[in-house]
Design a protein around this ligand. Structure first.
Ligand code: UD1
Length: 340
């Protein structure tokens, strides 16, 4: 079984990707420092897949730790690099921390990968690199303009670093996946999103409100130039998104181009408004959400959804799960959390 190293393996996307890789016959080696995740996630993954995980606790900024992991678990066929800080607000308040961690860990990882001759990298990027897009749907060739958040800037810089390293003729092939808005959870209810503190993102805020942890949900802005006045996003089930990583390794294994460095949008190709999410959540789960309409949240993009033709054509991948399914899975996960 091919071993794939997953940095940030206990995170929201990392944990679901570990499941997808195992179900596709890979042996993931998970690395996490638990700075924004919890050890209980590992047990959850093990229950889903019915086997023990390979896990190493440590930080990707620590070169000797990484070298040890690669050595102990050799041969490692490729790496998926998720480990990064991801709060937009915190990144604006603490820029140095974000530049240091998000860019520093990639540089350290690339160095160790080069030393060990690891040939394949899949990098976790974000639609945030498009900033305020001029139109929708967004294709991968849209210009990457200046983005307001430091978090977004670190994603742009990391993409640039990877491009430059591949172009410098290093024996490395890379795929960068620009995720739109990942939501949902594993249908077993055993793994899902675990925000620390008050959630910033839409769906965890909704599920925590429905669970009574938050008093009410505030819908940010109803005066956008969209059909119902609320923002539009491309919400993708985290399991659909996890599957792109499996497809990405399949592609890297077969592509002839030695300096392959490709970028793909990972979304559904459909936009849904925030109001639609609230309504679908209520309908899909048979409940009423206590919510109010508030002012716009500063920095929010009016509409942002993907053109996913490239991933369909080259990776032979497309999202299969519906918004309603994702919101049922997210709610099941939230209810299970309450029982713990
Ligand atoms: C943010 C990040 C993005 C990241 C994504 C998923 C930016 C600008 N945004 O996207 O990089 O990939 O999270 O982690 O970098 N909303 C409410 N009430 C709430 C919370 C959200 O109405 O309590 C609305 C927001 O105004 C927005 C939509 O829901 O219109 C989605 O918000 P959110 O889940 O935070 O994701 P994004 O801001 O799109």
């Amino acid at each position: 079984m091919k071993k794939i190293l997953i940095t940030g393996g206990a995170g929201f996307i990392g944990s679901h990707t570990a499941v997808s890789l195992i179900e596709s016959g890979y042996a993931p080696v998970l690395v996490d420092n638990f700075s924004n995740s919890d050890q209980s996630v590992l047990k959850g993954i093990e229950k889903v897949v019915g086997r023990k995980l390979i896990f190493c606790q440590g930080d990707c900024n620590d070169a000797s730790f990484l070298k040890n992991v690669f050595k102990r678990h050799a041969p490692i066929a490729g790496v998926i690099h998720f480990a990064a800080y991801k709060s937009v607000n915190e990144s604006i308040e603490q820029p140095a921390k974000y530049y240091q961690n998000n860019i520093g860990s990639l540089l350290t990882l690339l160095d160790v990968m080069s030393d060990r001759g690891i040939p394949h990298l899949v990098f976790s990027s974000s639609a945030t690199v498009y900033g305020f897009p001029e139109r929708n749907p967004i294709t991968e060739d849209f210009p990457l303009k200046e983005v307001p958040s430091v978090y977004g800037k670190t994603k742009q810089i990391c993409e640039q670093v990877i491009n430059d390293v591949v172009r410098a003729g290093k024996p490395l092939k890379a795929i960068m996946l620009r995720y739109f808005n990942p939501i949902g959870a594993h249908p077993s209810g055993l793994i899902g999103e675990l925000p620390i503190g008050i959630p910033n993102n839409l769906v965890p805020y909704i599920t925590q409100t429905a669970a009574g942890i938050r008093e009410k949900f505030t819908l940010f802005g109803s005066d956008y130039q969209t059909p119902d006045g609320s923002c539009i996003r491309d919400f993708i089930h985290v399991l659909d998104l996890a599957d792109t990583h499996v497809k990405a390794f399949g592609y890297l294994d077969t592509v002839q181009d030695k300096s392959c460095c490709e970028v793909f949008n990972v979304g559904t190709g459909r936009g849904h408004s925030v109001k639609e999410v609230v309504q679908t959540f209520e309908q899909a789960n048979g409940l009423k959400l206590n919510y109010v309409v508030g002012p716009r949240r500063p920095g929010d993009v009016e509409a942002c959804y993907a053109n996913v033709d490239r991933a369909k054509r080259i990776l032979k991948w497309e999202a299969k799960r519906s918004l309603s399914e994702a919101l049922q899975d997210a709610w099941r996960w939230q209810k299970n959390l309450q029982k713990k």
